[in-house]
Design a protein. Structure first.
Length: 279
C-alpha cells in the first residue's frame, strides 16, 4: 500500500505526508460539511455545528487513543510508558472515538440546553461518511490488517513503512470491508433522514447498524495483539458492539413512543422538521 502520499526531498529533507493523516483530515472535513449542510436544511443554528466540530475532533483523538491504551494493549504500554503519547506510531480505536465524541455532544448540548438527540441525528449520519473515508486511510497505512486468506481479493502489504505485522501474505482487506459497510450505512441514513419519524431515529439506527457491521468485520481482523475476552471468544470491540446493540434497540423503542419526539410523515422529497433543539 502507500503509507505516504509521496516522498519529496526539499533542501535535503524528506517531505512525506502520511496518507492516513491526510484521509483522516478529509474524513473529519467531509463529516463537518455534511453536518453543516444538514443542520442548515433542518433550520438548526450552524454555530452549534461549528462549536461541536472542535469538541468532536479533540474528543475523538483522545478517546480513540485512550481506548487503545487501556483496553487493547495495556500490558505493552505499562512496560513502555513513553510510548503512550507516541501517536505517530499508530494506535487508535474507532470505538473510543465514537464513545468519546458522543459524550462530547452530550456535555455540549446539556450546557447549551438544546436537544441532544437532534444533534446526535445530524452527527451520526455524518460520522458514517467519516468512517467510510477514514478506513481507506487505514488501508493505505496497513493498520487494522486482516487475517490470511486465499480469496482472490486478498491484499498484500509489502511496503517497509506499513503498519501491518503480516507482510507478503494475502490478507482480508478488513479496512475496505468496513469502509464499504460504512458507506452503505451512510447512504441508508441519508435515505432514512428524509423519512425519520422521531428525533433520535438516525442516531439509534446508526450506532445499532454500525455495531453489527463492526462485530462481523472483527472476525476477519488479524491484528490479534488487541486482545480478546472469554478465552478468545470475542474481541474487545465485539464486546462493545454487544453492549451497544441492546442500548440502540431500547433507545429506538422508547423514543419512538414518546409524543414529544414525534416528527410525523415528511412531505415527499423534504426532511421532517421540528424546532426541538431550541432552548
Amino acid at each position: 500500500m502507500h503509507p505516504y502520499l509521496f516522498d519529496w526531498v526539499i533542501a535535503g529533507h524528506h517531505f512525506r505526508p502520511p496518507t492516513y493523516g491526510i484521509l483522516l483530515a478529509l474524513a473529519f472535513s467531509a463529516a463537518y460539511f455534511e453536518s453543516l449542510r444538514r443542520a442548515i436544511k433542518l433550520g438548526e443554528d450552524p454555530k452549534h455545528i461549528e462549536n461541536l466540530f472542535l469538541f468532536i475532533v479533540l474528543s475523538s483523538v483522545l478517546g480513540s487513543r485512550l481506548f487503545h491504551v487501556l483496553f487493547e494493549d495495556l500490558s505493552y504500554y505499562l512496560s513502555h510508558p513513553s510510548k503512550i503519547l507516541a501517536v505517530w506510531e499508530g494506535g487508535y480505536t474507532l470505538y473510543g472515538a465514537i464513545l468519546a465524541s458522543t459524550l462530547a455532544i452530550v456535555l455540549y448540548t446539556r450546557y447549551k440546553k438544546i436537544n441532544f438527540l437532534a444533534f446526535a441525528d445530524i452527527a451520526a449520519a455524518s460520522a458514517a461518511l467519516g468512517v467510510a473515508i477514514g478506513r481507506v486511510g487505514c488501508f493505505a497505512a496497513g493498520c487494522c490488517w486482516g487475517r490470511p486468506t486465499t480469496l482472490p481479493w486478498g491484499v498484500v502489504f509489502s511496503n517497509p513503512d506499513t503498519f501491518s505485522e503480516i507482510r507478503n501474505t494475502p490478507l482480508h482487506p478488513t479496512q475496505l470491508y468496513e469502509s464499504f459497510g460504512a458507506l452503505v450505512l451512510f447512504l441508508y441514513l441519508l435515505w432514512r433522514f428524509e423519512r425519520r419519524r422521531y428525533i433520535g431515529q438516525i442516531f439509534f439506527h446508526a450506532i445499532g447498524f454500525y455495531a453489527l457491521l463492526r462485530f462481523a468485520v472483527e472476525y476477519f481482523r488479524g491484528d490479534d495483539y488487541r486482545g480478546y475476552l472469554f478465552g478468545g471468544v470475542i474481541s474487545y470491540s465485539q464486546f462493545v458492539s454487544l453492549v451497544i446493540l441492546p442500548f440502540a434497540l431500547a433507545g429506538a423503542i422508547v423514543y419512538s413512543r414518546r409524543p414529544e419526539n414525534q416528527l410525523g410523515e415528511a412531505p415527499k422529497g423534504k426532511s421532517s422538521r421540528k424546532p426541538s433543539s431550541r432552548k
